[in-house]
Design a protein around this ligand. Sequence first.
Ligand code: ASP
Ligand code: CP
Length: 315
Amino acid sequence: MSFSASNGMNHIIQAQQFTPEFIKKIFDLANHLEMNHETPLKGKIMATLFYEPSTRTRFSFESAMLRLGGQVITTENAREFSSAAKGETLEDSIRVVSNYADVIVMRHFEEGAAERASRVASVPVINAGDGKGQHPTQALLDLYTINRELGGIDGITIAMAGDLKYGRTIRSLSYLLGKYKNVKIIFVSPEALRVGTDIKEYLKRHNTTYHETEKLEEVLPSLDVLYQTRIQKERFSDPAEYEKLKGCYQLTPALADRLPKHAIIMHPLPRVDEISPLVDASPKALYFKQTYYGLLVRMALLKFVLTPSSFRDEE
Ligand code: ASP
Ligand code: CP
């Protein structure tokens, strides 16, 4: 499998590293852990080092670790409350935290930070979001959601809407979807927030059909999945540019009705105004269940990273 870094550890850095076979094993393990209460991580410690805000990713990793019998040390605002505030480099912090924990789950504001951390860590590093780079564990839970709700991934038509320039979740999800058969991706965004050329080139190389449009309403009837995203305010260097683009796509109940009956509405969350709360009651609204599925997937990932030999036994 292609997820070991050169130092032989199972870092989780980017979505491209996963094979469909590995993903299937993680999904099977997530299903298993949902039904069976086990504590295989007793005696293990996870450090969550977050330099950017988070509700779901940090809490779900921590909940996953505790549910599997492990323990947690955490800093929720490492930018202010870790020694980064005194000028310590990321590399030095990681070298030190490696002595205190068996795995480091890190969110950082700079693209590439998780990869940098993995080069100096002596324990596995899990990327919980690196700037506008990637969010690989989110992509796995997104895929798990699609698989559970629609019964498979091959052949789906999915629209990713909103901020495709700065949104890291759609980047990681695109990388994963490129590994499946006959997936069709529709990127819906204003001209200024189009998806990066690196993603488009990757999809071309993987023969994944995609097209780009600015019009959400028109594509809705053709979808199996609508993946709505937040305009990433914190990544705009010009606040006036954000003001111009905010609120560009707002999913109302009337728009949600244009989706086929079987279709699901997903969102990595947090949402601002891109899905009306009036949509929440729709059976198509999957975004809160998605957060529950995230807990299961992160339990499976932690078990894999911290007890890789038991994972191999299950192969
Ligand atoms: N929570 C997701 C992320 O950290 C999506 C978002 O913030 O809009 O990338
Ligand atoms: N989806 C997600 O990453 O949520 P948080 O930013 O709250 O962790």
